[in-house]
Design a binder for this molecule. Structure first.
Ligand code: SF4
Length: 65
C-alpha cells in the first residue's frame, strides 16, 4: 500500500483467513515488524484481538467536531 493505510482500512496483504501474506518476508513493513504480539493484545480467541483493535481505534480517533 504505497500511499499508506487509512485508519480502519483492511490491509491488502491480509488473506481471506486474516493471515499476513508478507509474514516472514523482507518486504513486510517495518511498523508491522515492530509490533510484538502479547496476550493482552491478541487474547485467546480471534474476537478478542478484533475487540482490542476496535477499542484502540476508538480511543485514538480524533474528535472531528
Ligand atoms: S502485518 Fe502489516 S502487512 Fe501484514 S497484514 Fe498486517 S498490516 Fe498488513
Amino acid at each position: 500500500m504505497p500511499e499508506g493505510k487509512m485508519s480502519g482500512e483492511r490491509c491488502i496483504q491480509l488473506s481471506l483467513d486474516n493471515k499476513c501474506q508478507l509474514f516472514g518476508k523482507p518486504e513486510r513493513p517495518s511498523v508491522c515488524l515492530s509490533i510484538a504480539p502479547s496476550l493482552e493484545m491478541c487474547g485467546e480467541e480471534p474476537w478478542q484481538a478484533i475487540k482490542w483493535l476496535l477499542d484502540l481505534e476508538k480511543a485514538t480517533t480524533p474528535n472531528l467536531q
